[in-house]
Design a protein around this ligand. Structure first.
Ligand SMILES: Nc1ncnc2c1ncn2[C@@H]1O[C@H](COP(=O)(O)OP(=O)(O)OP(=O)(O)O)[C@@H](O)[C@H]1O
Ligand SMILES: [Mg+2]
Length: 268
């Protein structure tokens, strides 16, 4: 069964504006790392997905990788997934400038040929970080590249070390990295996010619960809700919106009229 989605992104106008500005800046060669932080179900992935849709519409290449609960035992899982996605069906960029970085890259994307004699187990995190940066730079199109790394609260230490390197070095590259991460409970990723934000090496957008500052009619129209039938469909909606709608329509609940997301839905 298809997931029921609210057809528009609600209540995230400020965050969307920051992300779109960061995307535009990356297109001009001033990239960086932006963390989307918050509790489970608050809307981090929804925002990242909407940005990715908008980026594709603007001709920006999008790569996505995800950490999973078993990632801690699986080095580089989100980066490997994103880079394999890029190289699926495409040859490795033919660029002599990449040759020195191939050995370090093979730890992350083993399928990369070349540099066998150099081995691949003795590179420092900085060398691997630079190798990833060099590859990302070449994988982007004229409008840059968006790298979405999801669920970093499950990420392994090697992935986090590269992310730290990217945070310090993407500001002069046409690459924007958007990383989603739960901020509780405390994890190495959450600690890194706080540290990078503290020294201004990365931006951190903390997603709070939506405050219904708009009229009920506005919300009902924006989300195509009908306050007339109870429905388990509400389980797919942001948690704060669910509790808000329950308080508004305590007996009847709400139902999504449309099961499909329409476009990127930047109509917060
Ligand atoms: N601003 C929003 N407007 C409309 N729907 C939203 C919004 N935020 C979240 N949702 C919906 O709420 C549900 C949960 O959101 P999402 O998966 O993005 O949460 P998350 O923060 O990524 O959670 P997790 O930490 O578990 O990955 C999804 O069905 C999503 O489409
Ligand atoms: Mg998510």
């Amino acid at each position: 069964m298809a997931e029921l989605l609210c057809p528009v992104v609600i209540g995230r106008g400020a965050e969307s504006g920051v992300l779109l500005s960061a995307l535009a800046a990356a297109g001009d060669g001033a990239g960086g790392v932006v963390f989307l932080a918050g509790e489970a179900g608050i809307g981090k992935s929804r925002l990242a997905t909407a940005l990715a849709t908008e980026a594709r519409a603007r001709g920006v290449r999008v790569l996505t990788g995800r950490a999973v609960p078993a990632s801690a035992a699986s080095p580089y899982r989100p980066l490997t997934e994103a880079l394999l996605q890029a190289l699926r069906g495409l040859p490795f960029p033919a660029d002599d400038g990449l040759a020195p970085w191939r050995p370090a890259l093979r730890a992350i994307v083993p399928a990369i040929a070349g540099g066998e004699r150099d081995g691949h187990g003795d590179h420092t995190p900085a060398v691997r970080g630079e190798a990833v940066l060099q590859l990302l730079r070449r994988l982007g199109g004229p409008s840059g590249l968006l790298l979405v790394l999801e669920d970093l609260h499950w990420a392994d230490p090697d992935t986090l070390a590269i992310l730290e390197y990217l945070s310090d070095n993407l500001p002069t590259e046409p690459v924007l990295c958007v990383a989603t991460c739960r901020d509780e409970p405390a994890t190495p990723a959450a600690e890194l996010m706080t540290r990078l934000h503290g020294r201004r090496a990365a931006a951190r957008l903390a997603l709070g619960r939506l405050t219904p500052g708009k009229s009920p009619r506005w919300y009902a129209r924006a989300c195509r809700l009908r306050p007339r039938m109870s429905s388990p469909a509400c389980s797919a909606w942001p948690m704060e919106f669910r509790s808000w709608s329950r308080s508004l329509w305590p007996r009847r609940g709400c139902q999504a009229r449309s099961a499909k997301q329409s476009g990127s839905g930047w109509r917060a």
